[in-house]
Design a protein around this ligand. Structure first.
Ligand SMILES: Cc1cc2nc3c(=O)[nH]c(=O)nc-3n(C[C@H](O)[C@H](O)[C@H](O)COP(=O)(O)O)c2cc1C
Length: 657
């Protein structure tokens, strides 16, 4: 080859390499842009609107709120103008005077009760008697419940009935879901035809022919994606200890957080004799220097935080400097209805520690959102499959059984969202609710929480603790190492466990495991009242306690033995289920003592308190039905009705989880 030919060949080769490189690079750039665009796509602006739809939620731990948010996005995609509303803020005129389309997502709590934020609303619709008061309301309801509870989906069902009774017109079938097995699938199935059906009965407005400014402005707001930016700032982080409401509208769970109060953790100790079967921690919280007041056996909310070591890992995965402070700036278009996920300025560490639940059970919707964030086609279709109805089995075996959380999937599918996308993907951390195991009559400044730790053994043999469990373990370690200044955020809520201040009313308390907590509080109260010489004092106490082993998980053993000695507890029955060949539970002891139970409860007008796991609660109520059936000589159905009435009259009081 002569020099000229060599030069020509080399030139062509360089040209080809440059061309290939250019294309590859261009492809890469196109891909990068695509990732951003997937999330921030501005929807094609529509020329029609089906008008407003208001999505109300009655929620305790946030799921009904999440469902409303999902419906809100779908409403936008279907040319409706949605707004999501907390039922706590409902306005009577909205229902009685407006011509409104409403969708209600109603969770049931307590024993067939409304959630705290829906209490007032539910009381109002229940007692509202004016015929056709809701005649201009078009509605549908989705109920969130759990078949483990006796009053399954009571709130969804009753809300639906009350709306019908008040003359509202149901425009889509009533739906309900079971958190014991398939809540999100039930929800997805229910809403499958929701928008198509609604569109059949609503005449859309053609915006091109409208002069109506408000319709036009709603129309312009049709855009999906993160509605805010987290902009780096040098400003100091807000003080979370005084994070009182600053006039901004916060997301449902964040609002609860903002209203919490910070107190000192005084001590944490292990209550079990050994940890072969797990661990139960008992924490004392010092309310001195706070304005918090509580009552015996009330409920306490603990605003648990993510484990700092895990937060470091998440920060590293997201390539974020955890110490960087950011200011939350809302996109102008969304500002009117925006609900803030947290206050700011805030450090990225605080966002990840206090407000993002990346360890909890995954929703299929989150998998769908993750699929939009990956450019790897194989990963995308795998995630979409897992999120689909057809992928139910795979979701169960791949995600649910293996306890995979959002952070696991980010690592597995190599997805690195922006901080804004991550905040959008994560649900907010919800507070954990406990029944207090202390009495304010004994000591108004110390409140105690007793927690049986949640720990899952994963496939690789490692242990994954629940968020709150890990939070308490971390406090325990800090206290062991002599660290002071351990602060915890809490709030109090009413409970149904209140002692009768009448010495003639005997009480029977059934509380195996950590279900014993409120009964320790009761014993403390009785003891304190007796010590103070107060003669309005509770009467006879009978306590049923159960656990696996007398020498293992028999928590509060010394205290209970002492209460028996001092006559605070008149009768103590213990069931150690695994200390002998055949298993014995509290309900078995009740049947053994049937005559005594019948006399105490029925003949002497006693009260029965049941606290603990839902399955135990059901077995105990069954035992009561059997006792009633036998001693009243009635049939099974009558016994069922009889016990049901006792629950309604609050002679049988339950707190089950
Ligand atoms: C303490 C407690 C009590 C509950 N009581 C009931 C009940 O009586 N009936 C029912 O169907 N579901 C009951 N549930 C299940 C909830 O309604 C269900 O988990 C729901 O998804 C929670 O929605 P939320 O996160 O919006 O509060 C209860 C759950 C808890 C934690």
């Amino acid at each position: 080859m002569d020099t000229e030919t060599i030069l020509i060949v080399a030139g062509i080769a360089i040209f080809i390499v440059a061309l290939v490189f250019k294309f590859l690079k261009k492809d890469a750039i196109v891909e990068e842009v695509k990732v951003e665009q997937k999330v921030l796509t501005k929807k094609k602006e529509s020329t029609i609107t089906y008008g407003k739809v208001t999505l109300f939620f009655g929620s305790q731990s946030g799921t009904a709120n999440k469902f409303c948010n999902i419906l809100s996005q779908e409403a936008l995609d279907n040319d409706f103008e949605p707004s999501v509303e907390d039922l706590k803020d409902f306005k009577k005129e909205f229902f009685t005077q407006g011509d409104n389309l409403v969708i209600l997502c109603m969770a049931t709590h307590g024993e067939g009760d409304p959630t705290d934020n829906a209490k007032e609303f539910f009381e109002w619709i229940k007692n509202h008697q004016e015929e056709n008061a809701f005649k201009n309301i078009r509605f549908t309801v989705f109920g969130l419940g759990n078949t483990q509870y006796e009053h399954y989906n009571a709130m969804g069902r009753q809300t639906n009935q009350h709306f019908e009774r008040l003359g509202a017109k149901r425009v889509y079938k009533y739906g309900e879901g079971d958190d014991n097995s398939s809540l999100e699938d039930d929800f997805n199935e229910w809403k499958e035809n929701l928008w198509t059906e609604l569109k059949k009965i609503i005449t859309p407005i053609d915006l091109t022919k409208q002069n109506d400014q408000s319709a036009a402005s709603h129309h312009n707001k049709k855009k999906s994606g993160t509605a805010f930016k987290l902009v780096p700032t040098e400003a100091a982080e807000i003080n979370f200890e005084n994070a009182k409401n600053d006039g901004k509208k916060y997301e449902f769970l964040t609002d609860g957080y903002i209203h919490g109060t910070v107190a000192n953790v005084k001590s944490i100790k292990e209550l079990r004799q050994n940890n072969n079967d797990g661990s139960t921690l008992h924490m004392e919280i010092d309310l001195k220097n706070t304005n918090l007041k509580y009552k015996t056996a009330m409920n306490i909310e603990i605003f648990a935080e993510n484990d700092p070591a895990l937060v470091e890992k998440v920060g590293a995965h997201l390539n974020l400097d955890l110490n960087q402070r950011v200011e939350l700036v809302v996109d102008e278009e969304f500002i009117e209805k925006f609900k803030y996920p947290f206050p700011s300025p805030i450090s990225i560490r605080s966002i990840l520690t206090k407000f993002c639940d990346f360890q909890g059970q995954l929703m299929k919707k989150t998998l769908k959102d993750l699929a939009k964030l990956t450019t790897n086609e194989e990963h995308k279709s795998k995630l979409e499959k897992l999120a689909s109805a057809a992928g139910k089995k795979e979701f169960d075996s791949e995600i649910y059984q293996k306890k995979k959380c959002l952070f696991d999937l980010l690592k597995e599918y190599q997805i690195v969202p922006t901080l804004e996308q991550f905040v959008d993907l994560c649900p907010r951390l919800s507070p954990r609710l406990f029944t207090i195991s202390s009495s304010d009559v004994k000591n108004p400044e110390i409140v105690t929480v007793t927690d049986s730790l949640v720990a899952d053994k994963l496939e690789d043999g490692s242990i994954k603790h629940g968020i709150c469990s890990k939070y308490l373990i971390n406090f325990q370690n800090k206290l062991k190492n002599g660290m002071t200044g351990n602060r915890i955020r809490v709030g109090f809520k009413a409970s149904s466990f209140i002692l009768p201040q009448d010495s003639k009313t005997p009480i029977i308390m059934i509380g195996p495991g950590t279900g014993i907590a409120p009964f320790i509080a009761f014993c403390q109260e009785k003891e304190a009242l007796l010590e103070k010489g107060i003669n309005i004092c509770p009467g006879e106490f009978t306590l049923y306690f159960g656990c696996r082993h007398q020498n293992g998980d028999y928590i509060f053993r010394e205290e209970l033995e002492q209460y028996v000695k001092s006559g605070i507890i008149n009768k103590l029955y213990t069931a150690f289920s695994r200390d002998q060949g055949s298993k014995v539970y509290v309900q078995d002891l009740m049947i053994k003592n049937e005559e005594e139970i019948y006399n105490t409860f029925f003949e002497r007008n006693g009260l029965i308190y049941i606290c603990g796991a839902t399955a135990m609660g059901e077995s105990v109520v069954n035992a009561l039905r059997k006792i009633v059936q036998k001693f009243k000589n009635i049939d099974e159905q009558e016994a069922h009705k009889f016990v049901e009435n006792l629950e309604k009259e609050k002679r049988i009081i339950k707190e089950l989880w």
